[in-house]
Design a protein around this ligand. Structure first.
Ligand code: HEM
Length: 231
């Protein structure tokens, strides 16, 4: 790699900007992912139909996946590097932020909530992406004549287990903490600071973080309240 690129990448400003832009890309994924998952309220046909459309994208889905994986890796690796540098610079306290002086719990715990989200994503991919979507775990008791309900059935049955729902709800609360500081902070990292608009960006960022967390949490709660899906 040319030395000029190496110097550029070593600059903490550029690293923060990469963390910000990759973070923004993943927030975009979460909005799309939540919108798709809300089809669980419409029943198995709509939910499984959407998943089939996604998978029928074939190579395009893989391009999107590789983009998402690259964003995740860039975000995590650089955020950990920046945390380490900040740790060294601040004489032992961990903090990654460029916000001007308002040090809340969500800001101080970004590295921890980030790592917990990473662990969640690994478990989650095992849960719903790399699981058989035809066998017994996809049959919801007393529904559809005992026939498989595919991915919908897998998600439904998973959330009928209280520990599984509890784990997802906890993970979504942690996601909410991470995003509630992350979204507003990313705008400052990409250089957007305006006396009049920054307070609004902070409010919108906070509201979006809450909406995403509550939106995802509503799914396991819905399954546990309704218990038998409407076909
Ligand atoms: C209640 C919350 C959630 C539910 C019910 C849910 C549901 C699902 C389902 C059903 C799939 C499989 C899709 C398919 O194969 O068609 C999936 C995949 C995935 N989910 Fe989630 N999800 C949730 C939260 C999240 C969160 C918070 C993240 C990220 C932080 C996330 C990241 C992913 C990723 C990366 C995939 C793989 C997408 C692919 O196939 O490339 N999910 N999720």
């Amino acid at each position: 790699m040319a030395s000029s690129n190496r110097t550029l990448l070593q600059s903490s400003i550029v690293r923060k900007q990469i963390v910000a832009v990759t973070g923004l890309a993943m927030v975009g994924f979460l909005i799309a992912h939540l919108s798709g998952n809300f089809l669980i309220f419409a029943g198995p046909e709509a939910f499984n139909g959407y998943s089939k459309k996604l998978h029928d994208l074939g190579p395009i889905l893989w391009v999107l996946r590789i983009g998402l994986i690259a964003a995740l890796l860039g975000h995590v690796v650089l955020a950990i590097k920046l945390t380490g540098e900040n740790h060294a610079a601040r004489g032992g306290r961990y903090a990654v932020s460029n916000s001007r002086g308002d040090g809340g719990f969500c800001k101080k715990t970004m590295i921890y909530t980030g790592i917990l989200i990473l662990v969640f994503v690994a478990l989650h991919l095992y849960d719903f992406t790399y699981r058989d979507k035809t066998g017994d775990p996809t049959i919801v008791e007393g529904v559809n004549g005992g026939l498989s309900l595919g991915l919908f059935g897998l998600v439904w049955n998973s959330f009928l287990q209280p520990w599984h729902s509890g784990l997802y709800i906890l993970a979504m609360i942690i996601l909410g903490f991470h995003l509630s500081h992350g979204i507003q902070s990313l705008f400052q990292s990409i250089g957007f600071f305006h006396d009049r608009y920054t307070p609004m960006v902070k409010k919108i960022g906070f509201a979006l973080a809450i909406l995403l967390a509550v939106g995802f949490i509503s799914i396991p709660i819905y399954v546990n309240v309704v218990r038998t899906p409407h076909l």
